[in-house]
Design a protein around this ligand. Structure first.
Ligand code: ATP
Length: 325
C-alpha cells in the first residue's frame, strides 16, 4: 500500500513529531492522485490555486517547489499541523494536504463570493461605515481565534479575505514561512531591486519593524508577530473606509523608508468619525506594544455608534443603538 501502517522506522532521532501526532497527521494526508484539478483560479507568489474536487468542490493550492533540497518538509508539515487545528466560522475550512514532495498542496473548502480586494479595488464597491464595521468585526473574530491558538497569520490582506453573502472568510494563514524558506530570497531581492518585482499592495501591510527588516543582507527571518497582524488589519480597515491602499502610488522605496521611521498615511482627507480614525492610528502604532489585540479591537468596534438611515438628524445616534441590532 502507500505505507498506511505507522511509519516509525525512518524517523530521525531528533524527531519533532510525537507518536500521536504522526498518527493524526496521516488523517490529513491526501494522496495527490485522489485530487481532481480543474481550472486555475489564480497564481500567487508561492503557489497556484486550482478549483478542484475531492469529495466535493475544493480549492487546491499547489506550492511552487523549485528543487528537492528547497523543500522544507518539516516546516510544511508543521504549518499543516497548525492549520488543521483551526475551526472557526470566519476561517477557511482546512481539509487536508498532499505532503509527499515534490507535490506539496493544501486543500481547503472553495470560497464562494469575492475577496475584499475584488470588491474594493476592482469593482470599486463602496462600503458604508456600518458595513465596514460589520466586516471588521468578523475579521477581528477570526483573527482573535487564530491568535488565541497561537497562530500568526503573517499575510493578512484584502486579497486573503472573502465575503460570502456578507460572511467574512479568511484564507491563507500561517503558510508564509514555508514558502518564504524557498522564496524569501527572491522576495527580498525584488523589494530591494526592481520595483516591478514587488507585489502590488503588499508593502502597505508591513509594520515598521517588518519594513526595517527588509534590508538586502538581513536574515530572511522577518519578525512577524500578533502585533504585525494587527498592523495589517489596520490597513484592511483603511481600505474598507477609503476604497484605496494607504501610500497609494508611492514607490516602494518611499513606503519602506517612511513606514520604517514611523510615518503614517495622513487621514486629513478622510471622512470618518474620530472613533474610526482612532482605531486606525492604534493599529498602525509605531511601537508594536501599543497596538491593541483583536479582542480589544472587537469590543471597540462593537461600541462604535451605528448610523441609522432615515432617522432625523436631531435624534441622537446613540439612543438608536439598541434598536439597531
Ligand atoms: P499571494 O501569493 O501574494 O498571497 P494571492 O493571494 O493572489 O497572492 P493565492 O493565495 O495563491 O495568491 O491565491 C490565488 C487565487 O486563488 C486568488 O485569486 C485567490 O482569491 C484564489 N483563492 C485562494 N484560496 C481560495 C479558496 N479557498 N477558494 C476560492 N478561491 C481561492
Amino acid at each position: 500500500g502507500r505505507g498506511d501502517s505507522l511509519d516509525l522506522h525512518n524517523k530521525h532521532p531528533d524527531e519533532r513529531w510525537p507518536r500521536q501526532n504522526s498518527l493524526s497527521m496521516k488523517e490529513w494526508d491526501i494522496p495527490y492522485d485522489e485530487l481532481k484539478l480543474f481550472e486555475v483560479i489564480g497564481t500567487g507568489r508561492f503557489g497556484t490555486v486550482f478549483r478542484g474536487s475531492w469529495h466535493g468542490a475544493v480549492a487546491v493550492k499547489v506550492l511552487h517547489v523549485l528543487s528537492d533540497d528547497c523543500v522544507p518538509l518539516d516546516t510544511f508539515k508543521h504549518e499543516v499541523a497548525t492549520f488543521r487545528k483551526t475551526r472557526h466560522e470566519n476561517l477557511v475550512l482546512f481539509m487536508g494536504a498532499c505532503m509527499k514532495p515534490p507535490r506539496l498542496a493544501i486543500v481547503t473548502s472553495l470560497c464562494k463570493g469575492m475577496t475584499l480586494y475584488t470588491h474594493i479595488h476592482l469593482r470599486k464597491d463602496k462600503f458604508t461605515a456600518n458595513k465596514s464595521v460589520i466586516v471588521a468585526q468578523q475579521i477581528s473574530q477570526g483573527m482573535g481565534y487564530l491568535h488565541a491558538r497561537g497562530i500568526i497569520h503573517k499575510d493578512l490582506k484584502t486579497k486573503n479575505i472573502f465575503l460570502e453573502n456578507g460572511k467574512v472568510v479568511i484564507t491563507d494563514f500561517g503558510l508564509f514561512s514555508v514558502t518564504k524558506l524557498c522564496f524569501g530570497n527572491k522576495l527580498v531581492q525584488s523589494v530591494r531591486g526592481d520595483s516591478l518585482g514587488i507585489p502590488a499592495g503588499w508593502l502597505c501591510y508591513l509594520a515598521p519593524e517588518l519594513c526595517r527588516a527588509l534590508t538586502p543582507h538581513a536574515s530572511l527571518h522577518l519578525p512577524f508577530s500578533k502585533a504585525t497582524d494587527v498592523y495589517a488589519f489596520g490597513t484592511v480597515w483603511y481600505e474598507l473606509l477609503c476604497g484605496e491602499y494607504p501610500f497609494k502610488s508611492q514607490p516602494p522605496e518611499a513606503v519602506i523608508w517612511q513606514v520604517g521611521k514611523g510615518v503614517k498615511q495622513s487621514l486629513a482627507n478622510m471622512q470618518a468619525s474620530r472613533d474610526i480614525k482612532d482605531i486606525l492610528m492604534l493599529c498602525w502604532s509605531y511601537r508594536s506594544a501599543e497596538r491593541p489585540d483583536f479582542p480589544h479591537l472587537l469590543s471597540t468596534l462593537q461600541k462604535l455608534p451605528r448610523k441609522r438611515l432615515a432617522r432625523s438628524p436631531s435624534h441622537p445616534v446613540h439612543l438608536s443603538r439598541s434598536a439597531d441590532s
